[in-house]
Ligand binder design. Structure first.
Ligand SMILES: C[S@@+](CC[C@H](N)C(=O)[O-])C[C@H]1O[C@@H](n2cnc3c(N)ncnc32)[C@H](O)[C@@H]1O
Length: 283
């Protein structure tokens, strides 16, 4: 495992310092998320039953959470029968995850490392998942090809990030909410450092995500634009529910690792007709 600080890319070293410092703020939310059995997604806590993010039948599947933080998604996956690995760049976040794992009596494999270089052989997992984790804080040109390497043909990659639209509308200052003005160019969007913030984030346009995913060996199966409830609440100051009820503040990408041959037997199935998410033009 590459954990020698001097060998880590600059953005990974900076994000490690940031997340070791941020970790105490994530203890309470992590504890509450571990205590729930029903998954919810993103900063608005939209139930999985509405978004249909989790694949069906996780029992016996190998899953990895890339940038697991306090590892509540890993916990939800493990409770559905998956064998779960969580990798995170912050030893302090992992300390919370380890304590919660003990308290809840769940077995996860938690490793300290950079999701751009996962210490597992090729084709080790049926599912790689990330919610505001490595998918936001690691370089997509490194972590996406790495996810393609470790996910089995027919396996799934699911990740949730700030929407491209929100990223264009977010003010530089940390505590100000997005308005309906575009504040930065869409073309060339990639590495973003917010004013006065130590961290380094990565945001791509939809076209750049599509090309990177396809080039890395994934086929895109869905892009879920998350709508906030009208009176939704969040502890994050960068967007209001009025904004996020009108425009997507978050997006969830679902992709499948291309199979060289037809290996559909035993692969994860995305939620099907029982999904309650309304069709775009259900008249
Ligand atoms: C916002 S938390 C995501 C966890 C959780 N889903 C949440 O929303 O609280 C971001 C996590 O990504 C981790 N992270 C950032 N860069 C990473 C990298 N290159 N490899 C692995 N984890 C990384 C951070 O250490 C942090 O714990």
């Amino acid at each position: 495992m590459v954990n020698d600080e001097t060998e880590l890319p600059e953005h990974v070293r900076r994000n490690r310092v940031l997340w070791d410092a941020n970790a105490p703020e994530y203890v309470g939310p992590g504890e509450r998320a571990w205590a729930r059995n029903e998954p919810t997604w993103g900063i608005w806590g939209v139930p999985d039953a509405e978004l249909c993010v989790f694949p069906e039948d996780l029992a016996g599947k190998d899953a990895i959470e890339l940038g697991c933080g306090t590892a509540y998604i890993s916990a939800w996956l493990a409770r559905r029968g998956a064998r779960v690995v969580g990798i995170d760049n912050s030893v302090v976040q992992l300390a919370t995850a380890r304590r919660l794992q003990r308290e809840h009596g769940l077995e996860l494999t938690l490793i300290h490392g950079n999701a751009e270089r996962v210490p597992y052989p090729d084709a080790s997992f049926d599912l790689a998942i990330s919610e505001y984790g490595a998918c936001l804080w690691a370089d997509p040109h490194r972590w996406v090809p790495e996810a393609a390497r470790i996910v089995r043909p027919g396996g799934a990659l699911i990740f949730l990030v700030n929407s491209a639209l929100l990223t264009l509308c977010m003010p530089e200052q940390d505590d100000l909410a997005a308005s309906d003005r575009l504040l930065r160019p869409a073309f060339g969007m990639y590495r973003i450092e917010w004013l006065g913030d130590l961290g380094v984030e990565f945001h791509l346009s939809h076209g750049d995500w599509i090309r990177l995913l396809r080039r890395s060996g994934f086929e895109i199966e869905d892009l879920i634009e998350v709508q906030a409830p009208e009176a939704g609440t969040t502890r994050y100051p960068f967007v209001t529910s009025q904004w996020a009820h009108q425009w997507p503040s978050e997006e969830i990408w679902k992709a499948r690792r291309r199979a060289d041959q037809d290996t559909r037997r035993g692969q994860l199935v995305f939620a099907g007709p029982q999904c309650r998410r309304p069709a775009p033009c259900s008249a």
